[in-house]
Design a protein around this ligand. Sequence first.
Ligand code: BV8
Length: 255
Amino acid sequence: MSPASQFSDPLLGALLHARQVVAFTGAGISAESGVPTFRGPGSIWEKFKPEELASMDAFMRNPALVWEWYAHRKTIIAAVQPNPGHVALARMEGLFPRFTLVTQNIDNLHRRAGSVRLHELHGNIERSYCTRCGKICPDVVIAERGQVPLCPACGGIVRPDVVWFGEMLPEDEWEASVTAAEGADVFLSIGTSAVVYPAASLPLMAKQRGAFLVEVNTEPTPMTRSADEFLCGPSGTILPALYETVTGRRAKTND
Ligand code: BV8
């Protein structure tokens, strides 16, 4: 099937006339790079419950266990590369008058793929900070199991710079993401189960303001019934094909 034939005219029409496009990503976009998702078979949380790990209570109760989990994920992420889905989104920054990428992922793969117009709603595993003095502590290395990194400035316990359950999202990132969603002509929701709030409210926020809502996922989600278009398949295949199709249509129009 040629790329163009897999996309509907309403979708291509919406993209070709779009002034503002927003892409919203979850763990699914990194799955083809080899980063496990949160839910589903082989997922990160298959063994643990989120509350046992991704929460301040869990961290204060057992910082060594939480750091062991993040060290494991940092090891996985350090060994993988951005996939064609990440690269296609980085390229889309030059395809539309205004393109904004909002991610729930903490794996830094969008930045490594070249995305610049990026909002990280849930932080970034490459960053850490001191729970006592707030000092940013880059590239924390957990050398052995049970180790808990301490702040070089004050000796306080260092934590990953990620948003845990029950914690507020970074205000500037959230506000910018809401503004982008409310102004979107097309909103692409990619590789997310859309169950974690308030991030999961962005797609419907966009749709309520008139955006053409597109979902890219390997299976339906609670949001699928609200989408104007459901592109069922791996984002690493669909997003490059979408980029090529829009670029090709643009070239034809300009001829
Ligand atoms: C907050 C960072 C306010 C850490 C994460 C009851 C109802 C509603 C809300 C709540 C509630 N009880 C509590 C809440 C609030 C809570 C929440 O939403 N809980 C949920 C579980 C019900 N939210 C919060 O706590 C948020 N903060 O609300 O603060 C507040 C605070 C204080 C006082 C007052 C108010 C903070 C939430 C942030 C949590 N941190 N991550 C870390 O990563 O370690 S969440 C984490 O899980 C991710 O960031 C992401 O958001 C979420 C995972 O979701 P996905 O990314 O979608 O991944 P998932 O595996 O689920 O799905 C992958 C999808 O990809 C699947 O659909 C799959 O089919 C698809 N896929 C797979 N392969 C591919 C693919 N698609 C395409 N191509 C492929 N190849």
